[in-house]
Design a protein around this ligand. Structure first.
Ligand code: 5AD
Ligand code: SF4
Length: 462
């Protein structure tokens, strides 16, 4: 039987990237092989994101384009199935098949282990209306997913926790991803071992609120993220650990100690603060103020002096005054970020903040976003310039744009480009940083003998 072709288009966060890989794993036993473009596909899945504005509109316009592809396939006598997965699927459910009749099935983030069944039923001609599965089922999908069907590459992701119980007033995640659930330690260890056997040198643990992790340990007790990281660090051949995304309230002593004690835990942390104004943080229901956040960072930096920080910011939250915004700029100046993401507030239907009356005008949001991004950009560039002349291990995880170059990440998550033969892809190598750019570094490989450059045999580690 000829392989059927599967194309998955992924929107949004790394959790969605991970989920897309696992969706492909579930469909492999049905004979689906993943391809990199929608052309010629037998099944197209959109793995969607609902976190910020226009996400659903983007999905519906993409579905419009896919309809043409579906009709073209039909004209050739082929059937092209279209599925919508992810957080828009969860939020919109049946509305999707009502608005977009070309859609054959809809599956939420917690039920994609049921994809093979949904796809089989769609192929048998069952109505799309009956193929909308957005339950939060009592069983965990992880108990039903097949083992990973491919090598995930040198830098792999591993989902350890999903959902969120924090209910920040602007955020859809607690509604689309549901309550916090942690995978058992044994389960995670087994997946990590397989990833390392498949060539992974780095694993990034994923969760919407990853440091709220509280999975069942092999001793029957609840383990936190710090202890889990400590256990993972014992895996031979695994060189680097990261985790994302964290909440300041859930940084506990064990996690801080992990940053002090584990050489494999990279000195980089994405710790969103959202705002520097205590009034806005309270309105956001963040459950911490700016002093608390700064204290957490102080403790982390005391444990790991090399720690580089990243964050998320929202500007123009309802009621945000010039003074509130100034407090955000002050906090950024005080912390000094290696990089950060910043967004204009957008009301998400169903969240408490969406009905707040005192909206900030669009122009003010744009102005504040530009000012914040200017400051964050300067900090990032300064951080990058500080790397020039230093040597650091870089995990060469992908081809760079130019031929003859590979790209990877520094311990501090900076993108580093080097001249290197393709054979060094997937290696962790010492690099001397020659140049800094606002968003990347340029370096050269050091310490490799000439013949090694031509015919790499060994893997060098930091
Ligand atoms: N508007 C703008 N940004 C948002 N984020 C989450 N919800 C919203 C929203 N309604 C941002 C937060 C979060 C990141 C993933 O997306 O900064 O940390
Ligand atoms: Fe959303 Fe993060 Fe707040 Fe949870 S902690 S509600 S995922 S912003």
């Amino acid at each position: 039987m000829a392989a059927k072709k599967l194309y998955i288009k992924t929107y949004g966060c790394q959790m969605n990237v991970y989920d897309s890989q696992r969706m492909a794993d579930t469909l492999a036993p049905l004979g689906y092989q993943e391809i990199n473009s929608p052309d010629g596909a037998d099944l197209i899945l959109l793995n969607t994101c609902h976190i910020r504005e226009k996400a659903s509109e983007k999905v519906f316009s993409e579905l419009g384009r896919l309809r043409q592809l579906q009709e073209a396939a039909r004209a050739e006598g082929r059937r092209l199935l279209i599925g919508v997965a992810g957080c828009v699927a969860q939020a919109e459910g049946e509305e999707i098949v009502r608005r977009a009749p070309q859609v054959d099935l809809v599956v939420g983030p917690q039920t994609y282990h049921r994809l093979p069944d949904l796809v089989t039923r769609a192929l048998q001609g069952e109505e799309a209306r009956r193929l909308v599965d957005t339950e939060f089922p009592p069983e965990s999908k992880f108990d039903f997913l097949p083992e990973e069907s491919r090598s995930a590459g040198a830098a792999a992701f591993l989902s350890v926790q999903e959902g969120c119980d924090k209910f920040c007033s602007f955020c859809v995640v607690p509604y689309t991803r549901g309550a916090e659930v942690s995978r058992p330690v044994a389960n995670i260890l087994a997946e990590a071992e397989r990833l390392v056997q498949g060539g992974a040198l780095e694993i990034t643990l994923l969760g919407q609120n990853v440091n709220a992790y509280h999975g069942e340990g092999p001793d029957g007790r609840e383990w936190g993220l710090g202890r889990l990281l400590g256990r993972l660090a014992e895996i031979d051949g695994l060189e680097r650990l990261r985790y994302t995304t964290s909440h300041p309230r859930d940084v506990d002593e064990e996690l801080i100690a992990a940053h002090r004690d584990l050489d494999k835990l990279m000195p980089y942390l994405h710790l969103p603060v959202q705002s520097g104004s205590d009034r806005i943080l309270a309105a956001m229901n963040r459950k911490h103020d700016s002093a608390f956040y700064l204290r957490v960072i102080e403790k982390l930096r005391a444990a790991q002096p090399e720690l580089a920080l990243s964050s998320d910011f929202i500007v123009g939250f309802p009621g945000e005054s010039d003074q509130d915004f100034a407090a955000t700029l002050r906090l950024v100046t005080e912390v000094g970020y290696a990089q950060a993401y910043s967004f204009k507030y957008s009301p998400r239907p169903g969240t408490p903040a969406a009905t707040a009356a005192d909206a900030v005008p669009e122009e003010v949001k744009s102005e504040r976003l530009a000012m914040l991004q200017q400051l964050l950009g300067e900090q990032q560039y300064a951080f990058n310039r500080g790397a020039v002349g230093k040597r650091m291990p870089v995990l060469l995880e992908r081809k760079a744009k130019r031929p003859g170059q590979l790209a990877g990440r520094s311990p501090w998550m900076q993108a580093v480009v080097v001249e290197a033969p393709q054979g060094l892809l997937g290696h962790l190598l010492e690099v001397e940083i020659l140049e800094a750019h606002p968003n990347s570094l340029v370096g050269r490989l050091v310490g490799l003998p000439e013949e090694e450059m031509v015919a790499p045999r060994m893997r060098t580690t930091a």
